[in-house]
Design a protein around this ligand. Structure first.
Ligand SMILES: [Cu+2]
Length: 369
């Protein structure tokens, strides 16, 4: 049941400005999904479904950057009530928030903003869960992550190959999504996803050599590798960020090995569809995945004082050629700084990059367990 009170929604925005200056004395705790009990899992799923069914924010302003995407204009407009509109939004600005300095700040603010909407509009108690996929890396296909088919609290398993990889069990079976066309949620296990990913675009293909094309995705996100990323590159955000946001990396690998609505092939019913990364944020798993990316950033920040406030990065993907790409590892000018606004286009309240560098101060008040 999704009950929305206009009053509480308005109150949320009024409170929001007051909370900026509040002390973070009682942070919410972000826990791994599998440590949540059944009621906690069901509460998160219920709030996500309510959010997905809610109307678009009328203040959302479409900007020119949507036009970069070949499907951008086709997907504008109203969708049936159950379509996951909020997930739809992020997909449109894919090119500004990956492989730019916006990658970590944007995703931190976006997950937080979604959590706040769930709390204020749908009674979610807060403490956003995360997906520690290092647990699943050794045998991703058969891991415990894909074994919970509870219709209220389970995330469900893999899609059925005989039914276009549509998910058949768990609370999100049949969950309706808008991109690249209206379809039920899908997951398609793909052990070596990068050849297909590279083939989706000549621009992307130029950055892949034969070794990269054959990489097993789960070989990039084992626990010891993530620990090394966190311990490596102290104070050096440029090279730290490259670890989860390069062509072959933990972030992209989790998307691509899951396939379907976390990044993958086209739904069978979609015409003129280019497979690949165009709908990476479709699945609600997106938020659990990016809460984990936020945890890795947080763990790295907590290792030393300089890392805690470090920022560096450009605003434009440096994809012209491999030399230019190598010159701007977290992307090209115009450069971003801590005063730069995070792209939200009025969907959620705005913030700057500096506002999100510390998740226990200012707007943010949570810790990871
Ligand atoms: Cu992602």
């Amino acid at each position: 049941m999704c009950s929305v009170s206009t009053f509480s929604y308005l109150l949320f925005y009024a409170l929001f400005t007051v909370l900026i200056n509040a002390q973070c004395t009682n942070p919410t705790v972000r826990r791994e999904w599998r440590t949540l009990d059944r009621d906690e899992r069901a509460a998160w799923i219920s709030a996500v479904k309510c959010l997905a069914a809610s109307p678009n924010n009328p203040d959302l302003v479409a900007t020119g950057r949507y036009l970069l995407h070949p499907y951008g204009l086709e997907c504008e407009g109203e969708f049936p009530a159950v379509v996951s509109k909020i997930l739809f939004y992020l997909w449109k600005i894919l090119y500004q928030i990956h492989q730019t300095g916006m990658f970590l700040p944007f995703h931190r603010w976006f997950v937080h903003s979604v959590e706040q909407a769930m709390v204020e509009k749908y009674g979610f108690s807060g403490g956003f869960p995360y997906w520690n996929w290092t647990i699943d890396a050794p045998d991703f296909y058969k891991s415990s992550w894909w074994q919970d088919s509870d219709t209220e609290s389970g995330l469900g398993g893999w899609g059925d190959p005989d039914k276009d990889y549509e998910v058949q069990d768990g609370a999100f079976a049949g969950f309706a999504l808008a991109n690249p066309s209206y379809h039920p949620m899908r997951y398609q296990y793909t052990a070596q996803p990068f050849a297909a990913f590279a083939a989706s675009s000549p621009t992307i293909a130029q950055f892949f050599n034969s070794t990269m094309l054959e990489t097993y995705a789960n070989s990039t996100f084992h626990a010891d590798q993530i620990a090394a990323i966190i311990a490596g590159n102290p104070s050096d955000l440029v090279n730290f960020q490259l670890s989860p946001d390069n062509w072959i990396c933990a972030h992209g690998s989790v998307h691509a090995i899951t396939g379907g609505d976390l990044a993958g092939t086209c739904p069978a019913t979609t015409e003129d569809c280019i497979p690949g990364n165009k709908w990476w944020p479709n699945s609600p798993l997106f938020f659990l995945h990016h809460a984990m990316i936020g945890k890795i950033w947080s763990d790295w920040q907590n290792l030393n004082e300089t890392s805690a406030t470090a920022f560096a990065g450009g605003s434009v993907q440096a994809f012209d050629n491999t030399t230019y790409f190598a010159e701007y590892p977290t992307r090209a000018p115009p450069m971003l700084n801590t005063s730069s606004d995070i792209y939200m286009d009025n969907m959620f309240p705005g913030a700057t990059i500096g506002d999100v560098s510390n998740h226990t101060a200012g707007y943010l008040c949570y810790v990871y367990e």
